[in-house]
Design a protein around this ligand. Sequence first.
Ligand code: MRU
Length: 366
Amino acid sequence: MKLDGKHMRTIWVGEDGWSVEIIDQTKLPHVFETTPLRSVDDAARAIRDMLVRGAPLIGGTAAYGICLALRGDPSDENLEAASRQLNATRPTAVNLKWALDEMTHAVRNLPREDRVAAAYARAAEICDDDAECCRMIGVHGLEIMKEHGKRKMDEPVNVLTHCNAGSLATIDWGTATSPVYHAHEAGVPVHVWVDETRPRNQGAALTAYELGHHGVPHTIIADNAGGHLMQRGQVDLCIVGTDRTAANGDVANKIGTYLKALAAHDNDVPFYVALPHSTIDWSLDDGFEIPIEERGAEEVTQMTGRLADGAVVTVDIAAPGSPAGNPAFDVTPARLVSGLITERGICRASAEGLLELYPERAGDEA
Ligand code: MRU
């Protein structure tokens, strides 16, 4: 990720060699602040309260949460307790459980005195792997961008994205944004329609922020504007991320993704979903088994923003006491997905398509 011209990741080990630094994303785009995690409680709170968010970054933070837990007590009991605590923070992104399983596997057969070092090594690998997967998603996605670029002559390729499946949601590069960044760097003119993504506004607050730092032309739109732009031919393709992809290619992503996929289908706009291997849940036959997080009503009835004097405040936007519901994700059926962009290449959103890219998983499906 580029911030003020400098390259940085979203999570790293601090200068003391053991604490873990993150960017507090609840403060963006108004204030850039990093904060240290010094315990498993800190890591769990960072995920639950969304200081970090986005499926791959949730996984990376959970991995380091295990490191922090084992520093205090490397016993089997503490490993299990920390894993349970972290796994209970957010239900939809499968990267969380994937990373916790990887960590458990890396340390459980080691003597206690070797566990902390092994845990930090595995957490670093998990983060490096995610950064590399996301880079490769961009390399493969660039081909799609180039195809559209040829058709557009010198006009920019207009990409619509939802939520933040950007660098801030991963360790680096992002999933949906990686093809965009690669296209921008390769000189393919690109412009991004950024869905604001109510209720938490990850599009307006985070995606626009990071695209701006990369110098990628973009426009924030109200969530309801996408269908209209597609009808007018102003969207060439959609690229979104996913929090969990079932073995049949159904994808769960931020609430509202499904409506964008429907509008794209109706208007013959290609709808791609970008993901690393760690987001595939081979144990689920289809997306309707994916647990959907229900978040607090206050996220719907309130909004946070910055006043002219610089103060960041939260205000009510509904009458006091108005009830509100807040499902945080929805499921887009595979039939509405034009293709899955992964670190191994692009495949159809189907069991067969996924198994062509990941043949070693044959038999792991439910
Ligand atoms: O609730 P969030 O902000 O964690 O939701 C994030 C998303 O829905 C992203 O699109 C998804 O995690 C893909 S991340 C590359």
